[in-house]
Design a protein around this ligand. Structure first.
Ligand code: ADP
Ligand code: MG
Length: 595
């Protein structure tokens, strides 16, 4: 039975296995390593995950969800059609899909996984991630921080034993993680972590859309839902096209106009076509506020590291790290161009795969040792006296402590014959607890006595998965209370059983052929985006494809697929093309007579 590594991303998720002496990415049924972290509820009650579901963001926005990882650990409900789901339930569908694809590829059952999380994930976000895995029927062997996984892979693949200090910047779709890593022989030590769970490529897309609307005198909430989704999609494609310098492999067309590459976007509202031409210099301008936030996070990591922050390499991972304007910005900041990993959006997954190998005790990885730190400080509320109504933090674990970490503190009674002590547990760096995040409460009984004599001992243990365990016992003797934070995520709990029941009743869609499903969903999206004759052309295509699907003839079906791929690609290009860029004069060689 295999252990796999999973990078459960905001935008894309990947699975990886360590075998035959290397970390090997696992392709999904479409032959791609990346599975879009998008979930859509189908009409028959099944759930579609991945690229086909992403198409449905435009055609069925009300029953499709993306970027739900940013809500992990919260009580938020996300609706898919008539049903509501918690973020961890939606993540469970993504995990189920990855699992199904992995089992098909590996030809053996997979029941265990190492899963990566943003370093900056707090206790409830981590518990929610573990819970999601349980819902998908997986046992989590370990949670590993995403930048630590990237560091592990980078160090491992660089084949060097030299001492070095690197900064890993993981800039993805919805999160930014910065960590400082010290490498010495086979030891990889994470020494500082900083991050922002709400900063990533999605914000860049939003900035582009906002600018598009502003320039065209539109307001986002006046646009209908397909138009708005289409705009976000085009913003992302335009952004990517600019970094690729007009690489034609993407469906989006970017053209080089003189010195600058340009990418255009357009939407039609009624009879009017609204457009925008994006260039790298405009993109840089739109990204400036986002990059300033990135800079603040980098500074925070360096400050935590302290005076000896001498960096040998800045390593960029995550999809957004491929942005030319981002690399330019960092080059200006550091005075040297950062190292961009070959496939920035695969590095974390490869590292998680290595970690799975370590868990499986692969011989070649035996010597690799990695230590991590906790990203937050944690403690309990403490009062100066019985009248104090603005308690401050008594820290039990300081941020950047090496994991696992365990610390104790004694807390005394404030008045005579006090019967119990109540502890409020907080996470955060601020002096007053009211400025930090409350994680839970714990109460312990103590024997009567004069104020300040009886006490309780509180123990905080932060395990290697970054999950906090708290216990307390009163001075009177053996009375002990153990605290389980985030009880709604605990195994064996009713909540888990109920959620498990709920989730396992829902089937994954497109068990048959994922590519056919993707082609159809793409066609439907284009249908929604087009108008007039072009729309009819798409409708004909859909019917043509459905006919072949029903016929069941394998050769005909393969031909139909090929035709469908070709036609859809052509329509896609046409969609974003300004009519004035096409041949204008009618007296051209292949004029209309041909039709
Ligand atoms: P996550 O870890 O958040 O799931 P990824 O690391 O896969 O995400 O990054 C996804 C983000 O990267 C998206 O916002 C996407 O638009 C952006 N992205 C992907 N490829 C490129 C590229 N070539 N240039 C710029 N941005 C890109
Ligand atoms: Mg990522």
């Amino acid at each position: 039975m295999a252990i796999i590594g999973i990078d459960l991303g905001t935008t894309n998720s990947l699975a990886c296995i360590y075998r035959d002496g290397r970390a090997e990415l696992i392709p999904n049924e479409l032959g791609k390593y990346k599975t879009n972290s998008v979930v859509s509820m189908m009409e028959d009650g099944s759930v579609l995950v991945g690229a086909a579901a992403k198409e449905r963001l435009i055609t069925h926005p009300e029953s499709t969800a993306a970027s739900f990882k940013v809500w992990m650990g919260t009580e938020r409900q996300i609706s898919l059609g008539k049903r509501n789901f918690k973020p961890e339930e939606l993540s469970a569908f993504v995990l189920k899909q990855l699992l199904q694809d992995a089992e098909r590829y590996l030809g053996e059952p997979v029941e265990e996984a190492v899963i990566s999380v943003p370093a900056y994930f707090n206790d409830s976000q981590r518990c929610a991630t573990k819970f999601a895995a349980q819902l998908a029927g997986l046992t989590v062997k370990r949670l590993i921080n995403e930048p630590s996984a990237a560091a592990l892979y980078h160090r491992y693949s660089s084949q060097t034993q030299d001492d070095s200090q690197m900064m890993i910047i993981d800039f993805g779709g919805g999160t930014l993680d910065v960590s400082i890593v010290e490498c010495f022989e086979n030891i990889i030590e994470i020494t500082a972590i900083a991050g922002d769970n709400h900063l990533g490529g999605n914000d860049i897309d939003s900035a582009i859309v906002a600018y598009f609307c502003e320039q065209n005198g539109l307001s986002e909430n006046q646009l209908d839902s397909p138009a708005l989704s289409s705009l976000y999609r085009q913003a992302e494609e335009a952004k990517i096209a600019l970094s690729r310098n007009g690489d034609k492999t993407e469906t989006f067309r970017a053209i080089t106009n003189g010195a600058e590459t340009e990418a255009s976007m357009a939407i039609r509202q009624g009879e009017v076509l609204y457009g925008l031409t994006l260039t790298n210099s405009l993109l840089r301008q739109l990204c400036e506020p986002i990059f300033r936030k990135v800079k603040a996070v980098i500074s925070r990591a360096m400050k935590d590291k302290g005076s000896a922050c001498r960096i040998n390499d800045v390593v960029l991972v995550g999809g957004s790290a491929q942005l030319t304007v981002f690399c330019d910005y960092l080059e200006e900041l550091f005075g040297r161009r950062p190292v961009v990993c070959a496939n920035t959006d695969e590095t974390v997954a490869l590292g998680v795969g290595l970690c799975a190998g370590i868990k499986e005790r692969a011989q070649e990885l035996q010597e690799l040792v990695m230590t991590d730190v906790c990203p937050f400080s944690m403690g309990v509320a403490t009062y100066n006296d019985a009248r104090d109504n603005n308690p401050h933090m008594a820290f039990l674990i300081q941020r950047s402590s090496m994991l696992p970490a365990s610390h104790q503190g004694n807390f005394y009674t404030l008045f005579d014959n006090q019967q119990k002590l109540r502890f409020e547990i907080y996470q955060g760096e601020e002096y007053f607890v009211s400025d930090n995040l409350k994680l839970g409460e714990l109460e312990v009984r103590i024997p009567p006595g004069p104020a300040g004599q009886q006490y309780a001992t509180v123990t905080f243990t932060y395990d290697i998965d970054g999950i906090l365990h708290v216990s307390a016992h009163g001075s009177g003797g053996d009375h002990r209370e153990r605290m389980i934070l985030n009880s709604r995520f605990q195994a064996g709990d009713k909540a888990l059983e109920q959620a498990y029941e709920r989730i396992s009743q829902i089937q994954l869609a497109a068990g048959g052929n994922q590519e056919d499903q993707l082609l159809l969903e793409t066609a439907m999206r284009l249908y929604a985006q087009m108008t007039g004759n072009e729309r009819e052309r798409v409708a004909d295509l859909i019917q043509f494809f459905e006919r072949h699907r029903e016929s069941g003839d394998l050769i005909q079906m393969e031909k139909a697929r090929r035709e469908m791929r070709k036609q859809l690609a052509a329509i896609e290009i046409y969609l974003y093309t300004d009519p004035l860029d096409l041949d204008f004069w009618a007296d051209d060689d292949n004029g209309e007579e041909e039709e």
